[in-house]
Design a protein around this ligand. Structure first.
Ligand code: PAF
Length: 288
């Protein structure tokens, strides 16, 4: 496996290949990232992963400075998973000057849920992903693939729509959320949890599961009951000491509240949640 730090070295390393498979990450890798690498590997002739903590997608009060940087351990894990090239640029390489051109995703998709609680987050994500795509795919001659986990469900949708709107010749592949034995969705931020918080953390996925079950049971009357069910799910976490941002039932297709037709078509629904446990903000979701 090759480790490169500049765009020039990345392009040189990619030159002999036709069909790159790309897994963008911010490092501090867990089995969810490695599953994406393993899923992607057979799709092309070279597998590339990037490790870059993207300042643009963090608000000033968020954890950019403390986000774990674990390059050596990440490289060892990527190599084991079959990654061929790791692109780990310093900040000055991707942002040699202030990034004034930015990708503005549509507000109906990007200003709700995560975008509502983290204003500007998806602008930062889309801008860096667009830039990383330019670095990885610009010289490719064959099919191009990029993999994103369903754990960041809204991010996956925002990127899919960006690729479609800009007619980028890239196939976006979704990876299933990987979970710990107790059901907690794997996330780099789980490392922030104390022992007691780690034991409690699974409650977010349990609350989402209960909300999905209640939404299914409501079926035809989901439209009337949805807000009460969501409030009940948020309360269930709040009484345990969590600070929920949202737990909500949405349409899979556009993350808008379900219509009467969606309510009786459970496979069109997804439940999504974000909540703070102590100082750690966790997100999760479940396709109903
Ligand atoms: O999901 C992530 O880790 C990041 O948002 C991404 C896609 C690597 C962009 O910085």
């Amino acid at each position: 496996m090759k480790l490169v730090h500049t765009v020039e070295d990345l392009r040189a390393a990619l030159r002999p290949f036709n069909s790159p498979v790309f897994v963008p990450t911010m490092g501090n890798l867990h089995d969810g990232h490695l599953a994406l690498v393993r899923t992607g590997k057979p799709l092309g002739d070279v597998t590339v992963s990037s490790i870059f903590v993207n300042r643009l997608q963090f608000a000033p009060h968020e954890d950019f400075d403390t986000y774990p940087r674990t390059l050596q351990a990440d490289c060892a894990r990527l190599e084991q998973a079959g990654c061929d090239i790791v692109f780990a640029p310093p900040e000055k390489e991707l942002y040699p000057e202030p990034q004034v051109y930015k990708v503005q995703p549509p507000s109906d998709l990007a200003d709700i849920l995560e975008g509502h609680f983290r204003p500007g987050f998806f602008i930062g994500v889309c801008t860096v992903v667009m830039k990383l795509f330019q670095c990885v795919f610009s010289d490719a001659k064959g099919p191009r693939y990029a993999l994103f986990g369903k754990k960041d469900y809204q991010q996956l949708m925002v990127i899919r729509r960006m690729v479609q709107q800009y007619a980028m010749p890239i196939t976006i592949v979704a990876g299933e959320t990987q979970r710990a034995a107790d059901g907690l969705a794997l996330s780099s931020r789980n490392g922030y949890l104390s022992e007691a918080e780690r034991a409690e953390a699974v409650q977010l996925s349990l609350a989402l599961r209960a909300l999905a079950r209640d939404a299914l049971a409501a079926a035809g009357s989901l439209l009337d009951k949805r807000e009460a069910l969501e409030a009940q799910a948020m309360r269930a976490l709040a009484v345990r000491g969590w600070q929920p941002d949202y737990l909500t039932v949405r349409r899979r297709v556009d993350l808008q509240p379900p219509t009467a037709q969606d309510a009786v078509t459970p496979q069109s629904l997804v439940v999504l949640g974000a909540a703070r446990l102590g100082s750690t903000r966790l997100i999760d979701n479940l396709e109903v």
